[in-house]
Design a protein. Structure first.
Length: 489
């Protein structure tokens, strides 16, 4: 490898700003430039969806693999991409996984089956490209068949890594799919790509990849247990020496209260007065009583069971009874939206809910709230808790996944830490933490210390990119050796 940078092929179904349905797109957009800053040569392989064609036009084709054209284009970040152009699979209106009515595309197995197989081919001796990667780095189930092909038939395969962004999405298909995709013999079994009688793209990736990562160390441990393992905990526990958790970073240029154009008043840790202006603006926007002394809780995200919205609904009346305020922005499950609306209806001036997706308002809430709520049942990494710490809005969160890894919990009676954590996913435990946070809030000196502790933290991608870089080097040098054992001799 001496003399040239390590080459890594990212294989993913989303990348911001071209195609995004969730946090995966942000990671695939942000991590490659951070790796490039360390001297690595990273390129991203994506399906050539119609939406990407609209962005980049007819990008030049450089090869044909398995009947699809491989086109080349450059992301706004300067990172090069290989776009798999199979118009019969990707040339259609609608989302990457679903049609505009929200129904899964019926040929998703064909779509991502071919995509992953072509990407694997690019990482083998069969590649027609001059740029040959040293590593295949797949993300989530859409890339899962890549490691399967690399380990079963492709000549000169590069070592492979799979990253789990959310174990709950697995890419499960009927057993006939094995035949339809012409998978190599022997791969469809419990020791392979079968998951209780169905073909699992994610399990294929987790079984055949040389190394596995997920987006926080705590989530890496949690998914080895039944409670959060989504049926794959046995496999993950067996492969624990090949599984590492590397926490996601945030885009700290977009999320910076000192420069954020989306908030009414800018501020930093040395001059916090702007935060008061932002609080008043949020109270006004949501028709709450304008009062700087009332503690204001904020929440932004999917309104789902995962996010513990039912727990918030459970404690909402008591929260308003204590004189606190709450604003919520999000969309999600209808019964949870309704529960929050009913709560807001009972406490006008104190609790308000906005159902919808609004980037600007999300920034305003991060900046204007006093405390940010994230009582998630599980959270692979989570981003809002990092944004809120940067914005001097200490998070109050359940100690799970990335929340446990990125928030330094303040103990009762202490002013050390950057947020508030609780253990049990119950209304009672959430309430106990709320009372604890409000006690700290009333002590202004203590509160300012907690705010500043969060604002001083570094959540940039640089540190995590270094960890990925170290993992890549280990794998390329010794693909057979457990990454964890080498990292912790
Ligand atoms: P997840 O990926 O599980 O939905 P994350 O916290 O990792 O949760 O990332 C969600 C991202 O989407 C955050 O940046 C969050 O602010 C943003 N977001 C979610 N819902 C909304 C909304 N209704 N309006 C604006 N931004 C939202």
């Amino acid at each position: 490898m001496a003399g040239r940078p390590l080459r890594v092929l990212f294989v993913a179904s989303e990348c911001a700003p071209w195609v995004k349905t969730g946090g995966l797109a942000d990671v695939v957009a942000a991590l490659p430039p951070s790796l490039a800053a360390l001297g690595l040569d990273v390129r991203v392989c994506l399906p050539f969806y119609r939406s990407i064609r609209r962005e980049v036009g007819e990008a030049p084709a450089c090869a044909t693999v398995l009947g699809a054209l491989v086109r080349e284009a450059t992301l706004p970040s300067g990172i090069a991409t290989y776009l798999i152009d199979a118009p019969w699979l990707f040339g259609r209106d609608g989302g990457p996984y679903q049609d505009s009515e929200g129904r899964d595309w019926p040929d998703n197995a064909q779509r991502f089956g071919l995509f992953a197989r072509i990407a694997a081919t690019l990482a083998s001796d069969e590649t027609p490209l001059l740029w040959r990667p040293d590593l295949f780095h797949g993300h989530d189930w859409q890339a899962g068949l890549g490691p399967l092909w690399l380990k079963n038939g492709l000549p000169g395969p590069a070592p492979s890594i799979m990253t789990i962004h959310n174990l709950a999405f697995q890419g499960l298909f009927a057993p006939e799919t094995v035949e339809a995709l012409r998978l190599p013999p022997g791969v469809y079994g419990v020791e392979g790509a079968e998951f209780y009688g169905r073909l699992s793209f994610l399990k294929a990736g987790l079984h055949y990849a040389d190394a596995l990562t997920t987006v926080s160390p705590t989530y890496a441990r949690e998914i080895q247990d039944e409670a959060q393992g989504c049926g794959l905990h046995g496999l993950l526990a067996r492969r624990r020496d090949h599984l590492v958790g590397i926490v996601n970073g945030i885009d700290d240029r977009v999320w910076d209260p000192a420069t954020d154009p989306l908030i009414p008043a800018r501020y930093d840790r040395d001059s916090l007065t702007g935060k008061r202006v932002n609080k008043e603006a949020v109270q006004r926007r949501f028709d709450l009583t304008i009062d700087p002394t009332r503690p204001l809780f904020g929440m932004v995200g999917r309104l789902t069971w995962q996010k513990g919205i039912d727990l918030v609904a459970e404690v909402g009346d008591r929260l308003a009874g204590m004189g606190a305020q709450l604003v919520v922005l999000g969309t999600g499950e209808r019964p949870l939206e309704d529960a929050l609306r009913a709560l807001a209806g009972r406490h006008r001036g104190a609790i308000a809910v906005r159902v919808g997706f609004d980037e600007g308002l999300a920034h305003e809430i991060e900046a204007g709230a006093d405390i940010f709520l994230m009582p998630s049942r599980f959270e692979p990494c989570g981003l809002n808790q990092m944004y809120s710490q940067r914005y001097g809005t200490p998070p109050l969160a359940r100690a799970t996944g990335g929340l446990a890894d990125t928030i330094r919990g303040v103990d009762a009676g202490s002013c050390e830490g950057s947020g508030f954590l609780f253990a049990e996913a119950t209304g009672a435990a959430l309430w106990e933490a709320l009372v604890r946070a409000l006690a700290s809030y009333r002590d202004r000196t203590c509160w300012t210390r907690i705010m500043r502790a969060g604002m001083e933290r570094d959540f940039s991608w640089a540190a995590s990119a270094r960890r990925y870089g170290a993992l890549y080097e280990t794998l390329v040098a010794h693909p057979e050796i457990s990454p964890r054992m080498r990292a912790h001799p």
